[in-house]
Design a protein around this ligand. Structure first.
Ligand SMILES: [Zn+2]
Length: 92
């Protein structure tokens, strides 16, 4: 005999993927450094609610000062170290 009270929903989870679009936004070519206008690779979300965008150069320069003011620092500057293999090797 089975007196199981449950038996309604059968784990149908639609629309779950849509939630992920809000997760971890990536910086694009449309994001520009606030200082020089170059492509931004670092984004700092401030405690005050604002956001700052920096290129790798200015990010490195300003991040130490932002450590106390930023709630989140998104750093994609590591992407820059992936240099294309076509770079000529200058060897003497
Ligand atoms: Zn810059």
């Amino acid at each position: 005999m089975e007196g199981s009270p449950s038996g309604g929903s059968r784990g149908k989870r639609e629309g779950e993927n849509e939630m992920n679009t809000a997760l971890a936004p990536e910086l694009t070519v449309a994001d520009r450094c606030d200082r020089c206008g170059a492509q931004a690779y670092i984004r700092a979300r401030l405690v005050s609610g604002g956001e700052l965008l920096f290129c790798a150069h200015h990010g490195r320069e300003h991040l130490p000062a932002l450590q106390g003011q930023a709630v989140e620092i998104h750093d994609e500057s590591a992407r820059l170290t992936e240099t294309p293999a076509s770079a000529p090797i200058d060897e003497r």
